[in-house]
Design a protein around this ligand. Structure first.
Ligand code: IMP
Ligand code: MG
Length: 177
């Protein structure tokens, strides 16, 4: 599969994604059974994972999307440029931040730092993918779908130069490309 100048190969198929997303949702539903959750998915990458995950949550909950920008091409720029949409009152809320992937962890650690200033009751992270070898920040990652090698991926919300988010499977950059 080709996007612009790069070739990708299938890495995690939709059935496997679906199964894992359900497991995570069940785990969250169990662990938050006595609490109310405010899900904060991070656009754009988290849109499919968040919708599939939240649909499977068997509890009353709130959802509020935010957007940050920090990534260019296939390498992290390492800086969160801005946070948009964080205009709800999070004081006393049990927040679960949702992202497609934690790479360096800079996005998540900046968000946690910023959101913590507003005194939520708790903040946890749900990420579909994690690249442990790329992680530069100390983060407690409570809900992780798959730990993957440090290679660029697209599909199921993840993009390459804005393309590929609509694909149902997750693809990995072909070695040597
Ligand atoms: P971090 O701040 O380095 O953890 O980067 C997190 C963001 O970078 C994610 O939310 C993604 O949008 C993007 N990102 C990191 N790795 C990949 C990848 O392999 N494919 C597509 N986007 C990625
Ligand atoms: Mg993202």
């Amino acid at each position: 599969m080709v996007i612009l100048d790069k070739t990708f190969e299938v890495f995690i198929k939709k059935k496997k994604i679906k199964r894992r997303v359900k497991e995570l949702a069940d785990q969250i539903s169990l662990e938050y059974r006595d609490k109310e959750i405010l899900f904060i998915p991070i656009l754009n990458g988290a849109f499919l994972f968040a919708s599939d995950l939240i649909k499977e949550i068997a509890l009353p909950c709130q959802v509020s999307f935010i957007k940050v920008s920090s990534y260019h091409g296939t390498e992290s720029s390492g800086a969160v440029k801005s946070i948009m949409g964080l205009n709800i009152d999070v004081k006393g809320k049990n927040i679960i931040l949702i992202d497609d992937i934690v790479d360096t962890g800079l996005t998540m650690s900046t968000l946690i730092e910023e959101i913590s200033k507003q005194a939520p009751a708790s903040i946890e992270i749900a990420t579909l993918l994690l690249k442990p070898e790329a992680l530069q920040k100390q983060l407690e990652l409570k809900y992780v779908g798959f730990a993957i090698p440090n290679r660029f991926v697209v599909g199921y919300g993840l993009d390459y130069e804005g393309y590929g988010r609509n694909m149902k499977d997750i693809y990995q950059l072909k070695p040597g490309d």
